[in-house]
Structure formats: structure tokens, C-alpha cells
Design a protein around this ligand. Structure first.
Ligand code: ARG
Ligand code: ZN
Ligand code: CA
Length: 254
């Protein structure tokens, strides 16, 4: 085994109001959450029901704001862009200066995170590994990023970025993305088969697809609960993310 993988991050803050121009401290609060969640050192991990404790995995991934820009100059890993665009959507407009956003830093070498206003109640979205380099990375709305400043309950614990980076590292939704059916799979062996998504703050156990008595692993980051309800990755999810980092995304950390 190897020590933790360390991933350089650039956060592009794209704003049209003063509030959307979130502080460096708010950005740093998000990095701190990621460094707990991807090492299973988050305080709320003790809310996992005892019967699921043996599934908890340390993904062995750490994140840091890049200290060098693509030009080789020192940087704080945060870019700031003002825009005329009131809100962005999933069509990647925020990822290009031409469409009112900010161009990425080389996406093979940096995890690019754009923070902006997203419309339609969208908290965030991600690009899976293997997609176009020009749009690679994740986008998070400014009210669901970090734990201070403009972050709003119930999405103010930084878990939107944890979830989206899970996708960026090849994790699928835990319910298998087949609506409420029982045939869809997240391609991870240690997560229970689950019907549909869980939202809010579910009470243990929530049984579906004959997965009783313990039921859904709704406290996993790849379900859809409130931030306070998602507190773990499994060992199998960690292995899957590790395979992505040893494969398609190897240049991020080597
Ligand atoms: N893409 C999902 C959405 O926008 C992200 C959900 C993240 N969930 C959370 N509790 N932060 O709905
Ligand atoms: Zn998702
Ligand atoms: Ca399912």
C-alpha cells in the first residue's frame, strides 16, 4: 500500500454579486471538510449505525490548494472572475471565459472546482473520468460550498463537494441510478443493493430491494440526504476511487 494521494486543487470563484465572491476562508473550510471526509476522520462518522461500521473506508485521498499556477508562479490556488451571468447550469458555461466563466487550469494536473450561482436548485455537478479535458472538474453552487460565509443549511457542511468529487473519481450513486428499481448497480460490491435515493435525514433502518434487516446505506456520501446525514465512503468505494487515481487520473498526483 502507499501513503495518501495528495491532489492539487484550484478553486475558480465566478461571481456576479458580492455575496457570490466567497472568501478565501470559505474556500479553505471546504478543503478542510474534504480532508476529513476522504480520510474517514470526520467527527460525525460516529453516527454510522454499528452494523455498518465495518464497511467504513479511509479513501486515502488528501487535497490542497495549489501553491503553483500553470505558469509556474506562486499561487494561493484560488482564481476570481466577475461575470454578467446571473446563474449557470449543467451546460458548462462556467468553465470557459468565452461564456462568462473561468477557463480551467490544466485538468490533467489540477482538480478544477468552479464555485458560482447554479440555477434550478442544483447544488453541484461533476464530470466523470474519461471525459473532455476542456470541461473536466466539478461545479458547486456558492450556497453549498464550505461551512461558513454563504453556505446555507441543510447543505452547509461541505458534502456537495465530497459527493461530486466522488463522481469525479468514478463513483456512481449508491442506488444504481435506475430510479427506484433494484437492478441498477453502483458497481461497488460492499454497498447494499438499494432501490432509490434517500433525502432529508432518514431514520435507520430504511429497507428496500430486500436488503433487510439493515437496509440502505443511506449515510453514504453517494446518496442524496442532507449534508448532516452523509458521513462515510465504504472500503469498496475507496478501492474504486484508488483505481481511478492509479489509472485515468494518475497525472493528478504523480
Ligand atoms: N448533484 C446533486 C444535486 O445537485 C448533489 C447532491 C449533494 N447532496 C448534498 N447533501 N450535499 O442535487
Ligand atoms: Zn450525484
Ligand atoms: Ca436501485
Amino acid at each position: 500500500a502507499r501513503g495518501p494521494v495528495r491532489i492539487p486543487v484550484v478553486v475558480h470563484v465566478v461571481s456576479t454579486t458580492a455575496a457570490q465572491n466567497i472568501s478565501d476562508a470559505q474556500v479553505e473550510s471546504q478543503i478542510m471538510v474534504l480532508n476529513k471526509d476522504f480520510r474517514a476522520t470526520n467527527d460525525d462518522i460516529d453516527t454510522v449505525p454499528p452494523v455498518f461500521e465495518q464497511l467504513i473506508g479511509d479513501a486515502g485521498i488528501e487535497f490542497f490548494l495549489a501553491d503553483t499556477g500553470p505558469d509556474g508562479r506562486p499561487s494561493n490556488g484560488i482564481t476570481r472572475t466577475t461575470t454578467e451571468v446571473d446563474s449557470f447550469d449543467q451546460n458548462d458555461g462556467v468553465k470557459s471565459a468565452e461564456t462568462g466563466g473561468a477557463d480551467p487550469w490544466p485538468t490533467q494536473r489540477y482538480l478544477n472546482i468552479w464555485v458560482c450561482a447554479l440555477g434550478g436548485g442544483l447544488l453541484g455537478y461533476a464530470q466523470f473520468p474519461g471525459g473532455p479535458v476542456a470541461t473536466d472538474g466539478v461545479v458547486i453552487t456558492y450556497t453549498a460550498f464550505g461551512t461558513t460565509g454563504t453556505a446555507r443549511a441543510p447543505f452547509n457542511l461541505g458534502r456537495t463537494a465530497t459527493h461530486e468529487i466522488g463522481h469525479y473519481l468514478n463513483l456512481f450513486h449508491i442506488w444504481g441510478d435506475d430510479g427506484t428499481g433494484c437492478r441498477g448497480s453502483d458497481e461497488v460490491a460492499d454497498t447494499p443493493n438499494q432501490g432509490g435515493q434517500n433525502v432529508g435525514m432518514p431514520r435507520f433502518p430504511h429497507i428496500s430491494c430486500g436488503n433487510g434487516p439493515h437496509g440502505d446505506l443511506f449515510m453514504d456520501y453517494m446518496d442524496y440526504t442532507d449534508d448532516a446525514g452523509m458521513v462515510m465512503f465504504t472500503k469498496g468505494q475507496g478501492v474504486r476511487m484508488g483505481a481511478c487515481l492509479d489509472g485515468v487520473r494518475k497525472a493528478l498526483w504523480t
